[in-house]
Design a protein. Structure first.
Length: 195
């Protein structure tokens, strides 16, 4: 079964849609078509929205020398509309980045076990902070009690502004992936180590 985040598996959704359609077509009263339309819309729309949001996502991957990977899925939001405010939690396009790891990572001397996490940022003029959060539940607000680790990021200026947020990795050592985030004319980066 395939499952969209936060929704029923597609097979279950399609089953309910076909059953409701069969029931709705057989009814003649005026009330049933309205009820059936509302129920069908409630089942179909979340899957369409999730499919569209997944289509807009980009992924950056880093492979360590033992072939284990870490990856980041993010929304490549336009920079002009989504400027990062200094000192406040920031996510590109108001959507947190997701990080997936097949191996235990280290960041700021803290172990990040194999699994999925959320990434948030706190921009500042010269030094940004990256936050790895344990909370990966869909449609939940940032909660600092779920922070696994915070780490300072290095920063530099780009010669030209980038039109949208981009994330990529540099494999700078056998057990080190350097995650780089470009926002406007700013580039920030941090090293993730493989334990």
């Amino acid at each position: 079964m395939t499952k969209a985040d936060g929704c029923f598996p597609q097979e279950v959704t399609l089953f309910f849609i076909s059953m409701l359609y069969t029931l709705c077509i057989g009814r003649i009263t005026m009330r049933w078509p309205i009820v059936c339309t509302l129920v069908l819309s409630a089942l179909i729309l979340p899957n369409l929205v999730l499919a569209q949001s997944d289509a807009n996502a980009s992924t950056a991957v880093c492979t360590f020398t033992d072939d284990k990977q870490m990856s980041v899925r993010y929304n490549p939001a336009k920079v002009g509309k989504d400027d990062a405010a200094n000192g406040k939690i920031w996510m590109p396009g108001n959507s947190p980045m997701d990080i997936f790891t097949e191996t235990t990572l280290t960041l700021n001397n803290v172990d990040i076990p194999t699994g999925a996490y959320r990434l948030y940022f706190i921009p500042a003029k010269d030094t940004w902070t990256i936050i790895v959060s344990k909370n990966v539940s869909a449609n939940t607000a940032y909660d600092d009690k779920q922070d696994l680790v915070r780490a300072p990021m290095q920063s530099g200026k780009l010669p030209q502004a980038v039109p949208e947020v981009s994330v990529y990795f540099g494999h700078i050592a056998p057990k080190t992936c350097d995650m780089r985030v470009d926002v406007g004319k700013m580039r920030v980066w941090v090293d993730f180590g493989e334990k």
